[in-house]
Design a protein around this ligand. Structure first.
Ligand code: NAD
Length: 266
């Protein structure tokens, strides 16, 4: 359901969900502009894609800088020939501080990367897609935090992720006349590996295990590939009648299942 030879841009593709998405697209013959602020990680992803025989170009970019974003989009179009798809995924969380101690700096940084960055990339990619006149598709990665509040990060993160849902709806309405579909995914907890500090999403492995058993209906956290496959679906012709939609992919964490676990069997 995906046409070989098309080209996607994936932001935050040096690791985690972005990398899994870039590889999932490449396996379908889609060329990928790999965008990340981490040059080395981005280049490693692009190399893995080229090893599959698919064109890929790493463009180190800070998505919070609209000048860098415009230059990146120009570079991808010049080198890979066209742009048909965009996956907005790069993010920072800003960590957690109680509201009274949340600084202007953290608030502004997180909104700049997670919300303005998504807008800058969508605007620049839409200009190219509109110029090509063949439609296109955009997927914005939000979070359950944008719907329910965050389980680990501060208010800046939930606010940015809720903003992405509004951005998705606004873009979808505006770009529909050009055949450009825009959808959004709200993942639950996804295992992107423990960081150097032995923590992930601010949690230790033991805390993650406690959470998955108690809070997630399917009893486990998700894998990056389980988000990547939904991104592929939303970008593909299989989703040709979907736009402005928010798809929750959280293993049933938002279901009302917890009380039932505590009830005796009937
Ligand atoms: N992992 C989860 O549990 C989870 C849950 C819900 C939503 N999400 C969302 O999924 C997306 C990916 O999450 P992940 O866990 O794979 O993240 P990650 O931390 O593994 O990767 C994020 C990438 O974004 C890059 N990045 C950060 N700032 C950037 C900037 N200014 N410009 C360009 N690149 C930048 C980083 O270098 C990194 O490679 C995010 O939008 C996140 O909010 C993740």
């Amino acid at each position: 359901m995906m046409q070989k030879g098309k080209v996607a841009i994936v932001t935050g593709a040096a690791r985690g969900i972005g990398k899994a998405t870039a590889l999932a697209l490449a396996r379908r013959g889609i060329g990928v502009g790999v965008v990340d602020i981490q040059a080395e990680g981005g280049e490693a992803t692009a190399e893995e894609i080229r090893a599959l025989g698919v064109p890929s170009l790493a463009v180190p970019t800070d998505v919070a800088d609209s000048g860098q974003v415009d230059a990146m989009v120009e570079q991808v179009k010049a080198r890979l020939g066209r742009i048909d798809m965009l996956v907005n995924n790069a993010y920072i969380s800003g960590g957690y501080a109680p509201v009274p101690e949340t600084s202007d700096e953290v608030w502004n940084q997180v909104l700049a990367v997670n919300l303005s960055g998504y807008f800058y990339c969508a605007r620049a990619a839409a200009r190219v897609m509109m110029g090509q006149g063949e439609g296109g598709a955009i997927v914005n990665i939000s979070s359950g935090a944008g719907l329910r509040g965050s389980i680990s990060a501060g208010v800046q993160y939930s606010a940015s992720k809720a903003g992405i849902i509004g951005l998705t709806k606004g873009l979808a309405a505006d770009l529909a006349p050009y055949g450009i579909r825009v959808n959004c995914i709200a993942p639950g907890l996804i295992d992107t590996g423990l960081g150097a500090a032995g923590r992930w999403s601010g949690w230790t492995r033991a805390e993650v295990e406690r959470y998955e058993k108690k809070e997630i209906a399917l009893g486990r956290v998700g894998r990056p590939e389980e988000i990547a496959e939904v991104v592929v679906f939303l970008l593909s012709e299989a989703a040709s009648y979907m736009t402005g939609e928010v798809v929750v992919v959280d293993g049933g964490a938002s279901l009302a299942h917890k009380r039932k676990k505590e009830l005796p069997p009937t």
